[in-house]
Design a protein around this ligand. Sequence first.
Ligand SMILES: *[C@@H]1O[C@H](CO)[C@@H](O)[C@H](O)[C@H]1NC(C)=O
Ligand SMILES: *[C@@H]1O[C@H](CO)[C@@H](O)[C@H](O)[C@H]1NC(C)=O
Length: 490
Amino acid sequence: MKFQTVCFFILVTTGFAEFPDGFLFPDDFLLGAATASYQIEGGWDADGKGDNIWDTLTHERPQYVDDHSSGDVADDSYHLYLEDVKLLKAMGAQWYRFSISWARILPEGHDNYVNQPGIDYYNNLINCLLDNGIEPMVTMYHWDLPQRLQDLGGWPNWVLATYSENYARVLFKNFGDRVKLWQTFNEPQTFMDGYCSDTGMAPSINAPGIGDYLTAHTVILAHANIYRLYEREFKQQQQGKVGIALNIQWCEPETSDDVDACDRYYQFNFGIFAHPILSEEGDYPSVENERVDNNSAQEGYTTSRLPKFTQEEVTFRKGTLDFMGHNFYTAVRGREGVRGGSPSRSRDSGMIRFLDPKWPGSASSWLRVVPWGFRNTLNRIAKEYGNPPVLVTENGFSDYGGLNDTYRVLYYTEHLKEMLKAIHEDGVNVIGYTAWSLVDNFEWLRGYTEKFGVYEVDFNDPSRPRTPKESAKVLTEIFKTRRIPDRFLD
Ligand SMILES: *[C@@H]1O[C@H](CO)[C@@H](O)[C@H](O)[C@H]1NC(C)=O
Ligand SMILES: *[C@@H]1O[C@H](CO)[C@@H](O)[C@H](O)[C@H]1NC(C)=O
């Protein structure tokens, strides 16, 4: 194995004033930033990489993306990863969460042929991070399924639970000596929607209320397969941890009669993954089982649209989690009622969600700024699942660009304060945080119109220069002083 040792960056550090008061991060708390392969790498056909479902969608149906753009070049991190490590080091990041492109490693999706340049790329990135004292966290799947596996039906096909395990074995074998933090999947709640509409996320398959549940089922089986694989073949030697990254928005009931509606929102979107893995029953939330079974029968289906686990699968899967990855952005309001076509997950959940116009907005239609929702959500996870270790793997704010990103700065400082209250005042076991995102990048169907980076990237310049925004400077100060600066305290 090649080890690259040329990338130790020496930085000029600036001193920060001591803030006697303020919110402190626990000593061993990890602070860092996050990205994902398709959103930053580019190099879409470089050095033997295979096509994935986002290559297909952006090339064949460019009109699905607001600015008709793609991740063909994106931040060009495939070539500029040393720049990214430099930014992380400048920020004082202790860890970096990035994802591996399945089709860069296994161009056909299968493990019979491994693309060595893909292995080399991630080895170089991982080694450079470690040379600079930054711990790598790898997400195995952040939405870029090899097209060849989509041709076989994609996530609704349960054989992908086995193919995912084979892919994971290649990753553990090649990188597990140095990578100790693994996440199997990022936000299955979001990418299952790729099977709910023919105008939506890749692969844009229109099978709501069916394709999404089948996807969830495969992902849960795949997650367990990967966790057990690690336990069986790698853990003793490599001593790493395996988790999953689940997102959920806080649901604030419209009235006191809407508490159950919000509870169902939570169970249909977070419990659907967390319950099978962490609950005593090891099954989907009972309210979800009952409602989908009932609706399916009424709609004339002989078999429930929500698949069932065998007892063997339940036993195999229960407790397959070393930490919970949690992505938090925003909140919704919820009330009792039925909305959505028949069939659909929305209709099954029997609740209506909407945005509160009083909550400050962002560039993203779905993203309102509700920092207290973060504390509530962290408390809910702790209470429902026995206070597992939680790594906050995404949290961030979108605007339309500009270096003076005042609202992003406020977003971060307010959310970090709520997280610290959850840790210090509520005893929630949060052990790390990565900001989304290190750099502006390809925001899926929004293309480059919405910016989430703390570093600005000039996408018109072929060399893709990165420039710190105000938020990068404030996060740098927070990462290095390990506290919220006094000027952001009430
Ligand atoms: C099943 O559906 C019927 C008709 O809508 C309803 O009356 C009943 O309460 C439902 N049962 C459950 C468990 O949701
Ligand atoms: C940044 O924007 C804020 C609010 O719009 C303003 O108060 C501040 O002066 C600006 N800072 C710079 C350096 O332009």
